[in-house]
Design a protein. Structure first.
Ligand SMILES: NS(=O)(=O)c1ncc[nH]1
Ligand SMILES: [Zn+2]
Length: 259
């Protein structure tokens, strides 16, 4: 039985096949800003993003989300990171309604969706596959999505073609050069960071999470486009509520790059 987000294969069942689900550095978490420690070391060493245009970005429907695979040299460094981390892919988690959908929560509040840009430590490891289970292997940007009356222009190149990857294992190439930097919020200097895990199986405790304070704004129509994606072939259930609820922070320190 493959894992998913239903009653019989959802987050509460994952520990059976992936015991690390009960580990001490699991993700997501509830972010409580007043509990975060402002760390000047984060500001002294600003987070740096050097993303490149992707000539023909591959967009696919793996069945539980929508994912873009990156081939260009797009890298990040600084902030909590040692070394250079290379962008591997990005994907999203979203709800069946605007009241839910994000994985991280802010003072217990869920956003309608959350965008994840997944990077691996290219200084120490030669591939994502090698890095995925190392404690310093991955760095993931978490970006909250909120609803506004205007569509997000950067996401529009994707939401306008989601109908072409409506069914599982469909993929297309986004022709015109696409630079993922268009997905980042304006202010990337305000973020929370903590040591966590992948939020989907295999749930490896290998992620330095960087969750930005500033959400990006998307339209209701763009949310509807995500909710029209299907888990399987024509007639299968829509991909919605593909989020793991928060896990305890435990003894971990949540750090903030700002006061
Ligand atoms: N949702 S996540 O970014 O933690 C992830 N990336 C790859 C597998 N799971
Ligand atoms: Zn994710």
């Amino acid at each position: 039985a493959t894992w998913g987000y239903g009653n019989d294969n959802g987050p509460a069942t994952w520990v059976k096949s992936f015991p690390v689900a009960a580990g001490t550095r699991q993700s997501p978490i509830d972010i409580v800003p007043t509990a975060a420690k402002c760390d000047t070391k984060l500001t002294e060493n600003p987070l740096t993003v050097n993303y490149s245009p992707e000539p023909a970005m591959e967009l696919c429907n793996p069945g539980l989300s929508v994912k873009a695979n990156i081939k260009s040299k797009s890298v990040i460094k600084g902030g909590p990171l040692e070394g250079e981390y290379k962008l591997e892919q990005f994907h999203l988690h979203w709800g069946s309604a605007d009241k839910q959908g994000s994985e991280h929560t802010l003072n217990g509040k869920m956003f309608p969706a959350e965008l994840h840009l997944v990077h691996y430590n290219a200084t120490k490891y030669s591939s994502f596959g090698e890095a995925v289970d190392k404690p310093d292997g991955l760095a993931v940007f978490g970006i909250f999505l909120k609803i506004s009356d205007k569509p997000h222009q950067g996401l529009k190149s994707l939401t306008d073609v989601l109908s072409e990857v409506q069914y599982k294992d469909k993929s297309i190439n986004i022709k015109q050069e696409y630079n993922p930097v268009c997905l980042l919020p304006d202010n990337i200097n305000k973020y929370w960071t903590y040591l966590g895990s992948l939020t989907t199986p295999p749930l490896c405790e290998s992620v330095t999470w960087i969750v930005f304070e500033e959400p990006i704004e998307v339209s209701e129509d763009q949310m509807k486009a995500f909710r029209a994606l299907c888990c399987g072939e024509c007639g299968s259930a829509p991909i919605v509520d593909n989020y793991r609820p928060p896990l305890p922070l435990g003894n971990r320190q949540l750090r903030a790059s700002f006061q």
